[in-house]
Design a protein around this ligand. Structure first.
Ligand SMILES: [Zn+2]
Length: 402
Protein backbone atom coordinates (compact mmCIF):
# COMPACT_ATOMS: atom_id res chain seq x y z
CA UNK A 1 0.00 0.00 0.00
CA UNK A 2 1.31 3.41 -1.03
CA UNK A 3 -0.52 6.75 -0.96
CA UNK A 4 -3.03 6.81 -3.82
CA UNK A 5 -2.24 10.46 -4.56
CA UNK A 6 1.47 11.07 -3.88
CA UNK A 7 2.95 7.53 -3.79
CA UNK A 8 4.31 8.03 -0.25
CA UNK A 9 5.29 4.67 1.33
CA UNK A 10 3.12 2.75 3.79
CA UNK A 11 5.15 4.16 6.70
CA UNK A 12 3.68 7.61 5.89
CA UNK A 13 0.09 6.33 6.16
CA UNK A 14 -1.56 6.57 9.59
CA UNK A 15 -4.70 4.63 10.48
CA UNK A 16 -7.15 7.41 11.35
CA UNK A 17 -10.62 5.81 11.40
CA UNK A 18 -11.58 2.15 11.64
CA UNK A 19 -15.23 1.35 10.84
CA UNK A 20 -14.70 -2.38 11.08
CA UNK A 21 -15.78 -4.90 8.50
CA UNK A 22 -18.64 -3.77 6.28
CA UNK A 23 -20.49 -5.05 3.23
CA UNK A 24 -20.26 -3.09 -0.03
CA UNK A 25 -22.80 -0.39 0.88
CA UNK A 26 -24.24 0.09 -2.61
CA UNK A 27 -25.22 -3.55 -3.00
CA UNK A 28 -28.84 -3.65 -1.89
CA UNK A 29 -29.78 -7.30 -1.75
CA UNK A 30 -32.48 -9.29 -3.45
CA UNK A 31 -34.22 -11.52 -0.88
CA UNK A 32 -32.37 -14.62 -2.13
CA UNK A 33 -29.00 -12.88 -1.63
CA UNK A 34 -29.55 -12.08 2.05
CA UNK A 35 -26.72 -13.43 4.18
CA UNK A 36 -24.40 -14.13 1.25
CA UNK A 37 -22.95 -10.60 0.98
CA UNK A 38 -19.18 -10.39 1.51
CA UNK A 39 -17.68 -8.02 4.11
CA UNK A 40 -14.55 -5.92 3.59
CA UNK A 41 -12.44 -3.77 5.92
CA UNK A 42 -13.51 -0.10 6.02
CA UNK A 43 -10.59 1.96 7.26
CA UNK A 44 -9.42 5.49 6.54
CA UNK A 45 -5.71 6.21 6.38
CA UNK A 46 -4.22 9.70 6.55
CA UNK A 47 -1.12 10.41 4.44
CA UNK A 48 1.38 12.46 6.41
CA UNK A 49 3.05 13.56 3.14
CA UNK A 50 0.16 14.97 1.08
CA UNK A 51 -2.56 14.85 3.85
CA UNK A 52 -5.04 12.93 1.67
CA UNK A 53 -7.48 10.69 3.56
CA UNK A 54 -8.07 7.40 1.77
CA UNK A 55 -9.27 3.85 2.21
CA UNK A 56 -6.68 1.13 2.40
CA UNK A 57 -8.91 -1.57 0.93
CA UNK A 58 -10.26 -1.47 -2.63
CA UNK A 59 -13.32 -3.45 -3.62
CA UNK A 60 -12.76 -4.27 -7.32
CA UNK A 61 -14.46 -1.67 -9.53
CA UNK A 62 -16.20 -4.37 -11.58
CA UNK A 63 -17.98 -5.42 -8.38
CA UNK A 64 -18.78 -1.88 -7.41
CA UNK A 65 -20.16 -0.24 -10.52
CA UNK A 66 -21.60 -2.77 -12.90
CA UNK A 67 -25.23 -2.73 -11.73
CA UNK A 68 -25.93 0.02 -9.22
CA UNK A 69 -29.48 1.21 -8.53
CA UNK A 70 -28.77 4.84 -7.68
CA UNK A 71 -30.48 7.23 -10.09
CA UNK A 72 -29.52 10.87 -9.98
CA UNK A 73 -32.87 12.00 -11.42
CA UNK A 74 -34.79 10.89 -8.35
CA UNK A 75 -34.66 13.75 -5.89
CA UNK A 76 -35.74 17.26 -6.66
CA UNK A 77 -32.93 19.04 -4.85
CA UNK A 78 -30.33 16.99 -6.71
CA UNK A 79 -32.00 17.71 -10.05
CA UNK A 80 -32.13 21.43 -9.17
CA UNK A 81 -28.45 21.25 -8.29
CA UNK A 82 -27.63 19.77 -11.71
CA UNK A 83 -29.57 22.58 -13.39
CA UNK A 84 -27.65 25.21 -11.41
CA UNK A 85 -24.29 23.60 -12.24
CA UNK A 86 -25.10 23.60 -15.98
CA UNK A 87 -26.21 27.23 -15.85
CA UNK A 88 -23.17 28.29 -13.85
CA UNK A 89 -20.76 26.49 -16.20
CA UNK A 90 -22.58 27.87 -19.27
CA UNK A 91 -22.20 31.39 -17.89
CA UNK A 92 -18.59 30.99 -16.77
CA UNK A 93 -17.19 28.91 -19.62
CA UNK A 94 -19.68 28.72 -22.46
CA UNK A 95 -20.39 32.43 -22.96
CA UNK A 96 -17.84 33.18 -25.72
CA UNK A 97 -17.94 29.86 -27.49
CA UNK A 98 -20.12 29.46 -30.60
CA UNK A 99 -19.90 25.67 -30.37
CA UNK A 100 -19.53 24.17 -26.94
CA UNK A 101 -19.05 20.59 -25.86
CA UNK A 102 -19.15 18.79 -22.55
CA UNK A 103 -18.05 15.34 -21.48
CA UNK A 104 -19.54 14.00 -18.24
CA UNK A 105 -17.60 11.28 -16.42
CA UNK A 106 -19.89 8.99 -14.43
CA UNK A 107 -22.87 10.54 -16.19
CA UNK A 108 -25.41 8.26 -14.51
CA UNK A 109 -28.86 8.49 -16.13
CA UNK A 110 -27.92 11.65 -18.06
CA UNK A 111 -29.67 14.10 -15.73
CA UNK A 112 -26.72 16.49 -15.66
CA UNK A 113 -26.19 16.38 -19.43
CA UNK A 114 -29.87 17.06 -20.20
CA UNK A 115 -29.42 20.45 -18.54
CA UNK A 116 -26.41 21.15 -20.77
CA UNK A 117 -28.35 20.02 -23.87
CA UNK A 118 -31.10 22.48 -22.98
CA UNK A 119 -28.47 25.25 -23.01
CA UNK A 120 -27.23 24.26 -26.48
CA UNK A 121 -24.22 22.13 -25.58
CA UNK A 122 -23.03 19.10 -27.52
CA UNK A 123 -22.92 16.35 -24.88
CA UNK A 124 -21.33 12.96 -24.29
CA UNK A 125 -21.63 10.79 -21.20
CA UNK A 126 -19.40 7.99 -19.93
CA UNK A 127 -21.10 5.62 -17.52
CA UNK A 128 -19.84 2.33 -16.07
CA UNK A 129 -23.24 0.86 -15.22
CA UNK A 130 -24.81 -0.85 -18.23
CA UNK A 131 -28.40 -0.43 -16.99
CA UNK A 132 -27.93 3.24 -16.22
CA UNK A 133 -26.12 3.99 -19.51
CA UNK A 134 -29.05 2.37 -21.37
CA UNK A 135 -31.54 4.61 -19.52
CA UNK A 136 -29.52 7.69 -20.56
CA UNK A 137 -29.30 6.63 -24.22
CA UNK A 138 -33.04 5.96 -24.33
CA UNK A 139 -33.59 9.46 -22.98
CA UNK A 140 -31.55 10.93 -25.87
CA UNK A 141 -28.30 11.55 -24.01
CA UNK A 142 -25.48 9.90 -25.96
CA UNK A 143 -23.63 7.75 -23.43
CA UNK A 144 -20.72 5.37 -23.77
CA UNK A 145 -20.91 2.35 -21.49
CA UNK A 146 -17.30 2.18 -20.22
CA UNK A 147 -14.90 3.01 -17.43
CA UNK A 148 -13.28 6.38 -18.09
CA UNK A 149 -9.50 6.24 -18.45
CA UNK A 150 -6.70 7.27 -20.76
CA UNK A 151 -7.38 4.44 -23.17
CA UNK A 152 -11.03 5.43 -23.59
CA UNK A 153 -10.01 9.05 -24.28
CA UNK A 154 -7.67 7.90 -27.05
CA UNK A 155 -10.50 5.90 -28.60
CA UNK A 156 -12.78 8.98 -28.58
CA UNK A 157 -10.11 10.98 -30.45
CA UNK A 158 -11.47 14.44 -29.61
CA UNK A 159 -11.33 17.15 -26.95
CA UNK A 160 -14.04 18.96 -25.00
CA UNK A 161 -14.55 22.52 -23.78
CA UNK A 162 -15.75 21.22 -20.45
CA UNK A 163 -15.18 17.95 -18.66
CA UNK A 164 -17.46 17.38 -15.71
CA UNK A 165 -16.85 14.86 -12.94
CA UNK A 166 -19.40 15.00 -10.13
CA UNK A 167 -18.79 12.76 -7.19
CA UNK A 168 -16.84 10.21 -9.18
CA UNK A 169 -13.39 11.51 -8.50
CA UNK A 170 -13.17 9.68 -5.22
CA UNK A 171 -14.32 6.36 -6.70
CA UNK A 172 -11.40 6.01 -8.95
CA UNK A 173 -9.16 3.06 -8.63
CA UNK A 174 -7.24 4.14 -11.74
CA UNK A 175 -6.76 7.62 -10.37
CA UNK A 176 -3.67 8.59 -12.31
CA UNK A 177 -4.85 7.14 -15.64
CA UNK A 178 -8.17 8.95 -15.24
CA UNK A 179 -6.51 12.26 -14.44
CA UNK A 180 -4.19 11.89 -17.44
CA UNK A 181 -7.27 11.07 -19.52
CA UNK A 182 -8.90 14.30 -18.37
CA UNK A 183 -5.86 16.37 -19.36
CA UNK A 184 -5.79 14.69 -22.80
CA UNK A 185 -9.51 15.19 -23.41
CA UNK A 186 -9.53 18.82 -22.26
CA UNK A 187 -9.32 21.51 -24.97
CA UNK A 188 -6.35 23.92 -24.54
CA UNK A 189 -8.59 26.56 -22.94
CA UNK A 190 -11.04 23.98 -21.56
CA UNK A 191 -12.29 23.75 -18.01
CA UNK A 192 -12.41 20.66 -15.85
CA UNK A 193 -15.33 20.93 -13.42
CA UNK A 194 -14.72 18.64 -10.48
CA UNK A 195 -17.29 18.17 -7.75
CA UNK A 196 -16.49 16.28 -4.61
CA UNK A 197 -17.68 15.82 -1.05
CA UNK A 198 -15.75 18.33 0.99
CA UNK A 199 -13.79 16.48 3.68
CA UNK A 200 -13.55 19.66 5.70
CA UNK A 201 -17.37 19.58 6.00
CA UNK A 202 -17.48 15.82 6.68
CA UNK A 203 -15.13 16.44 9.61
CA UNK A 204 -17.06 19.47 10.80
CA UNK A 205 -20.48 17.76 10.54
CA UNK A 206 -19.22 14.40 11.84
CA UNK A 207 -20.79 12.93 8.68
CA UNK A 208 -18.78 9.73 8.95
CA UNK A 209 -21.42 7.83 6.96
CA UNK A 210 -19.93 9.44 3.83
CA UNK A 211 -17.15 6.90 4.32
CA UNK A 212 -17.88 3.77 2.28
CA UNK A 213 -16.02 1.54 -0.12
CA UNK A 214 -16.90 3.50 -3.25
CA UNK A 215 -15.26 6.56 -1.74
CA UNK A 216 -11.62 5.62 -1.92
CA UNK A 217 -10.48 9.22 -1.46
CA UNK A 218 -11.64 12.12 0.72
CA UNK A 219 -10.55 15.47 -0.63
CA UNK A 220 -9.93 18.93 0.61
CA UNK A 221 -8.87 21.74 -1.72
CA UNK A 222 -5.24 21.20 -0.75
CA UNK A 223 -5.34 17.50 -1.54
CA UNK A 224 -7.20 17.68 -4.86
CA UNK A 225 -4.68 20.32 -5.86
CA UNK A 226 -1.83 17.95 -4.99
CA UNK A 227 -3.37 15.39 -7.34
CA UNK A 228 -4.15 17.75 -10.23
CA UNK A 229 -0.73 19.39 -10.10
CA UNK A 230 0.88 15.99 -10.56
CA UNK A 231 -0.99 15.67 -13.87
CA UNK A 232 -0.43 19.11 -15.39
CA UNK A 233 -3.76 20.58 -14.29
CA UNK A 234 -4.33 23.44 -11.86
CA UNK A 235 -7.31 24.60 -9.83
CA UNK A 236 -8.22 28.24 -10.42
CA UNK A 237 -11.63 28.65 -8.77
CA UNK A 238 -14.00 26.91 -6.35
CA UNK A 239 -17.37 27.33 -4.69
CA UNK A 240 -19.08 25.50 -1.86
CA UNK A 241 -22.46 23.86 -2.51
CA UNK A 242 -24.81 22.37 0.11
CA UNK A 243 -25.34 19.25 -2.04
CA UNK A 244 -24.60 15.93 -0.25
CA UNK A 245 -24.13 17.83 3.02
CA UNK A 246 -21.32 20.04 1.72
CA UNK A 247 -19.55 19.68 -1.62
CA UNK A 248 -16.96 21.66 -3.54
CA UNK A 249 -17.46 22.62 -7.18
CA UNK A 250 -13.99 23.45 -8.42
CA UNK A 251 -12.68 24.62 -11.80
CA UNK A 252 -9.33 23.50 -13.14
CA UNK A 253 -7.52 24.16 -16.39
CA UNK A 254 -4.23 23.21 -17.96
CA UNK A 255 -1.40 24.29 -15.65
CA UNK A 256 -0.22 27.86 -16.10
CA UNK A 257 -3.26 29.13 -18.04
CA UNK A 258 -5.15 30.95 -15.30
CA UNK A 259 -4.34 32.58 -11.95
CA UNK A 260 -6.26 31.42 -8.87
CA UNK A 261 -9.23 33.63 -8.00
CA UNK A 262 -9.41 35.56 -4.76
CA UNK A 263 -12.34 33.36 -3.77
CA UNK A 264 -10.20 30.22 -4.09
CA UNK A 265 -7.40 31.79 -2.07
CA UNK A 266 -9.86 32.68 0.72
CA UNK A 267 -11.26 29.14 0.77
CA UNK A 268 -7.77 27.67 1.00
CA UNK A 269 -7.00 29.92 3.97
CA UNK A 270 -10.25 28.95 5.73
CA UNK A 271 -9.54 25.28 5.13
CA UNK A 272 -6.05 25.60 6.61
CA UNK A 273 -7.43 27.44 9.64
CA UNK A 274 -10.02 24.67 10.25
CA UNK A 275 -7.29 22.04 10.70
CA UNK A 276 -8.89 19.84 8.03
CA UNK A 277 -5.48 18.74 6.76
CA UNK A 278 -4.11 17.69 10.14
CA UNK A 279 -3.96 14.23 11.64
CA UNK A 280 -5.13 15.46 15.07
CA UNK A 281 -8.42 16.60 13.50
CA UNK A 282 -8.98 13.05 12.23
CA UNK A 283 -8.20 11.63 15.68
CA UNK A 284 -10.83 13.94 17.19
CA UNK A 285 -13.30 12.92 14.44
CA UNK A 286 -12.80 9.25 15.38
CA UNK A 287 -13.66 10.06 19.02
CA UNK A 288 -16.75 12.05 17.95
CA UNK A 289 -18.02 9.07 15.93
CA UNK A 290 -17.95 6.96 19.11
CA UNK A 291 -19.89 9.57 21.07
CA UNK A 292 -22.43 9.83 18.27
CA UNK A 293 -22.90 6.06 18.28
CA UNK A 294 -23.69 6.05 22.02
CA UNK A 295 -26.11 8.97 21.64
CA UNK A 296 -27.93 7.42 18.69
CA UNK A 297 -28.31 4.03 20.37
CA UNK A 298 -29.60 5.74 23.54
CA UNK A 299 -32.21 7.62 21.49
CA UNK A 300 -33.36 4.48 19.64
CA UNK A 301 -33.49 2.38 22.82
CA UNK A 302 -35.54 5.00 24.59
CA UNK A 303 -37.98 5.31 21.66
CA UNK A 304 -38.40 1.51 21.54
CA UNK A 305 -38.93 1.38 25.33
CA UNK A 306 -41.81 3.81 24.81
CA UNK A 307 -43.32 1.42 22.28
CA UNK A 308 -42.70 3.66 19.29
CA UNK A 309 -42.54 2.33 15.73
CA UNK A 310 -39.39 3.58 14.00
CA UNK A 311 -38.74 3.52 10.24
CA UNK A 312 -35.54 4.57 8.49
CA UNK A 313 -36.13 7.38 6.01
CA UNK A 314 -34.27 6.87 2.76
CA UNK A 315 -32.01 4.01 1.80
CA UNK A 316 -28.97 6.00 0.70
CA UNK A 317 -25.72 4.14 0.26
CA UNK A 318 -24.20 6.10 3.13
CA UNK A 319 -27.00 4.92 5.42
CA UNK A 320 -25.51 1.44 5.34
CA UNK A 321 -22.22 2.64 6.81
CA UNK A 322 -24.13 4.23 9.67
CA UNK A 323 -26.50 1.29 10.26
CA UNK A 324 -23.74 -1.31 10.10
CA UNK A 325 -21.29 0.61 12.27
CA UNK A 326 -23.90 1.47 14.90
CA UNK A 327 -25.45 -2.02 14.68
CA UNK A 328 -28.91 -0.58 14.00
CA UNK A 329 -31.08 -3.37 12.57
CA UNK A 330 -34.51 -4.90 13.02
CA UNK A 331 -34.30 -4.53 16.82
CA UNK A 332 -34.91 -0.78 16.20
CA UNK A 333 -36.15 -0.17 12.66
CA UNK A 334 -39.07 -1.97 10.97
CA UNK A 335 -37.91 -0.98 7.49
CA UNK A 336 -36.29 1.68 5.31
CA UNK A 337 -38.64 3.91 3.33
CA UNK A 338 -37.49 4.91 -0.16
CA UNK A 339 -38.77 6.82 -3.20
CA UNK A 340 -36.54 4.98 -5.71
CA UNK A 341 -38.73 2.20 -7.06
CA UNK A 342 -35.75 0.27 -8.41
CA UNK A 343 -35.15 -0.69 -4.79
CA UNK A 344 -38.64 -2.15 -4.23
CA UNK A 345 -38.43 -5.48 -2.36
CA UNK A 346 -34.72 -5.18 -1.73
CA UNK A 347 -32.97 -5.53 1.61
CA UNK A 348 -30.14 -3.44 3.04
CA UNK A 349 -26.70 -5.10 3.09
CA UNK A 350 -25.45 -6.14 6.53
CA UNK A 351 -28.43 -5.09 8.66
CA UNK A 352 -31.01 -6.72 6.33
CA UNK A 353 -33.69 -4.05 6.67
CA UNK A 354 -36.46 -4.42 4.09
CA UNK A 355 -37.11 -1.46 1.78
CA UNK A 356 -40.65 -0.16 1.33
CA UNK A 357 -41.73 2.47 -1.19
CA UNK A 358 -42.85 5.70 0.43
CA UNK A 359 -46.13 6.20 -1.43
CA UNK A 360 -47.19 2.59 -0.74
CA UNK A 361 -46.90 2.78 3.07
CA UNK A 362 -50.14 1.86 4.83
CA UNK A 363 -49.44 3.97 7.94
CA UNK A 364 -46.62 6.30 8.94
CA UNK A 365 -44.35 5.46 11.90
CA UNK A 366 -44.01 7.34 15.20
CA UNK A 367 -40.39 8.16 14.41
CA UNK A 368 -38.46 8.54 11.19
CA UNK A 369 -34.73 7.92 11.66
CA UNK A 370 -33.49 9.98 8.72
CA UNK A 371 -30.61 8.37 6.85
CA UNK A 372 -30.98 10.79 3.92
CA UNK A 373 -30.10 13.68 6.28
CA UNK A 374 -28.55 15.73 3.49
CA UNK A 375 -32.10 16.37 2.21
CA UNK A 376 -33.19 17.70 5.61
CA UNK A 377 -34.89 20.83 4.31
CA UNK A 378 -36.71 19.01 1.49
CA UNK A 379 -37.81 16.19 3.82
CA UNK A 380 -39.19 18.53 6.48
CA UNK A 381 -40.99 20.60 3.82
CA UNK A 382 -42.52 17.53 2.13
CA UNK A 383 -43.70 16.05 5.43
CA UNK A 384 -45.29 19.06 7.09
CA UNK A 385 -48.57 17.13 7.53
CA UNK A 386 -46.83 14.18 9.23
CA UNK A 387 -44.95 16.55 11.52
CA UNK A 388 -48.24 18.25 12.40
CA UNK A 389 -49.73 14.85 13.28
CA UNK A 390 -46.83 14.08 15.62
CA UNK A 391 -44.39 11.94 13.62
CA UNK A 392 -40.91 12.70 14.90
CA UNK A 393 -37.95 13.13 12.52
CA UNK A 394 -34.56 12.28 14.03
CA UNK A 395 -31.47 13.38 12.09
CA UNK A 396 -28.32 11.51 13.09
CA UNK A 397 -26.26 14.10 11.21
CA UNK A 398 -27.13 17.80 11.15
CA UNK A 399 -25.17 19.43 8.35
CA UNK A 400 -24.15 23.05 8.70
CA UNK A 401 -25.09 23.94 5.09
CA UNK A 402 -28.38 22.08 4.60
ZN1 LIG B 1 0.08 11.12 0.00
Amino acid sequence: MICRVCDAPESALELAIDLGSQPWANHFLRPEEVGTEPFYPLRVLFCRECTTAQLDYTVPKETMFSDHTYLSGVTKSLSDHFARVAEQVDRDVGADRPKKSVLDIGSNDGTQLKHFQRLGWDVLGVEASRTTAAIANEAGVETVHAFFNEELVRSLGRTFDVINAAGVFFHLEELHSVTDGIRLALAPDGVFVVQFLYMQRILENCAFDQIYHEHLLYYNLRTIEALLTRHGLALFDATLSPIHGGSIIAYAGHAGRRAPTERLQTMRAEEDASGANELETYRRFARQIETMKQENLAFLESAKAQGKRIFGMGAPVKGNTLLNYFGVGRQFLDCLVEKNELRRGMVSPGMHLPILIERELPTPPDVYYVLAWNFKREILANNADLLARGTEFFFPVNPKDA
